[in-house]
Design a protein around this ligand. Structure first.
Ligand SMILES: Cc1cc2nc3c(=O)[nH]c(=O)nc-3n(C[C@H](O)[C@H](O)[C@H](O)COP(=O)(O)OP(=O)(O)OC[C@H]3O[C@@H](n4cnc5c(N)ncnc54)[C@H](O)[C@@H]3O)c2cc1C
Length: 406
């Protein structure tokens, strides 16, 4: 039966979900306070990282914690004024940093990642966007031989049968000759892909949704009940609702009586003008966490994890960090011409929430995709549309349900 479905949040997750729900014949209205695709889905590194099953919940975090907390040269930082607010999430996260939970996260993520690129390919074929996905693979580089973080994650990916090729120092530089030749080695992920323009992809999916009959209302949603969503001036009704507001979803789940431990890992990017041809594919420094990605706007350096909540202003020190690390990766880069702050939505077990809400059978969630939301947009849209239409009854997606936090 055709339902009136409201989707709050038109990032890549909301857009792909809307696309699949429209294909099932439903009436879809997107609500977003900004233009579709302009949140985290705009500024990411553009990598379809189908290899990325291993989350940040690794046992090695304990050894590196003092450095993370107190050094401005660290890939991870915490804003002091947010330390207290972060504590409940941080305790839950640290409990997940053990070999068993690390493997559990990796298995759940790999289950989604295995289909991630194929699900995009289906959408791209229909909207004429296949040329926007480049098949050059993705490369990771690291500073030190036998780094336990590299060996542990490599072993786990081996167990998951993720395609990866270990590279010597020379092979790294054969693939990307403009990289500073200081890296000890690398890992190449040959089946990963990337796009030079995430926003263009979101725009094309959105345009297709409008053509299929969707509506878009630009409004800031403040309050949700079991049958209405409200902004300051308007109230809208729905049969079914999907909350896909990325890192901003928690205010709504709180209103619906569920305490889901959603945090944000703030990330940054800068662009170096006219430098996008210096590398052929995204290159990520394992040690700094900075990705270099060739983009239409120039060479994008993206990364760093900052815990500072949704309200703190951008941190100049983090922008300097990304810039400095990018300049170490490729010598001679000029200064960047812009900077951007985005909000990754992250649960303490590094697995997204995809499924029905705890208290309302007509309200659904799709958020919390952390570092992989760009990669997982299409597969999430496909799964949640099946759950919402109740035509995925034979498929078991319980492991992504919010009930794991009850
Ligand atoms: C620096 C950086 C690099 C990254 N690189 C990659 C990468 O290479 N590959 C990868 O897979 N992932 C990457 N990610 C992660 C990825 O970008 C995110 O996980 C993903 O974009 C999340 O998508 P989303 O649709 O859930 O959220 P968003 O894109 O943030 O969309 C949420 C939408 O909800 C709207 N919204 C919020 N609150 C309200 C409200 N009250 N009323 C109305 N609308 C509201 C927002 O305006 C926004 O449009 C990166 C992230 C960052 C920050």
């Amino acid at each position: 039966m055709k339902k009136n479905i409201a989707i709050v949040g038109a990032g890549i997750v909301g857009l792909c979900s809307g696309y699949h729900l429209l294909k099932k014949g439903h009436q879809v209205t997107f609500f977003d306070r900004n233009k579709p695709g302009s949140g985290a889905s705009y500024g990411n590194a553009g990598s379809f990282s189908n290899y990325g099953a291993v989350g940040l919940n690794q046992p090695t975090i304990f050894k590196n914690l003092p450095n993370y907390l107190f050094s401005s040269f660290s890939p991870l930082s915490i804003k002091l004024n947010y330390l207290f607010s972060l504590l409940p999430w941080a305790i839950k996260f640290l409990r997940q940093c053990n070999p068993k939970s690390m493997r559990d996260t990796a298995e759940k993520m790999n289950h989604l990642l295995t289909f991630s690129i194929a699900e995009y390919q289906k959408i791209f074929l229909e909207i004429g966007a296949s040329h926007l996905m480049e098949r050059t693979g993705v490369m990771y580089i690291y500073n030190h031989e036998n780094d336990p973080r590299v060996t542990e994650s490599t072993k786990l990916r081996e167990y998951l049968k993720v395609k990866q090729v270990l590279l010597t120092k020379h092979e790294v530089h054969d693939l990307e000759p403009n990289l500073n030749p200081v890296y000890a080695g690398g890992i190449f992920f040959p089946t990963a892909t990337h796009t030079r323009n995430p926003k263009k992809i979101s725009d094309m999916i959105f345009t297709k949704c409008l053509k299929m009959g969707a509506s878009f209302i630009q409004d800031e949603i403040k309050y949700i009940t079991s049958s209405t969503i409200k902004s300051d001036s308007k109230e809208y009704s729905f049969d079914q609702l999907l909350i896909s507001a990325g890192a901003f979803s928690k205010q709504f789940t709180n209103q619906l009586g569920e305490n889901i431990p959603l945090e944000t890992e703030r990330g940054y990017h800068v662009h170096f003008k006219d430098s996008d041809t210096l590398i052929k594919r995204p290159v990520c420094s394992f040690d700094s966490g900075v990705y270099l990605s060739p983009m239409d706007q120039g060479l994008r350096a993206a990364g760093t994890v900052e815990f500072g909540g949704l309200k703190n202003p951008p941190s100049p020190k983090r922008i300097d960090y990304v810039t400095r690390e990018a300049k170490k990766m490729i010598l001679g880069l000029s200064d960047p011409y812009d900077s951007w702050l985005g909000f990754r939505p992250t649960l303490p077990d590094f697995v997204p929430v995809i499924g029905e809400s705890k208290n309302f059978q007509n309200i659904f969630y799709a958020f919390g995709h952390n570092h992989l939301g760009w990669t997982l947009g299409a597969v999430t849209g496909s799964i949640i549309s099946k759950i919402m239409s109740k035509d995925g009854v034979n498929l078991n997606f319980d492991k992504y349900s919010s009930l794991r936090f009850s």
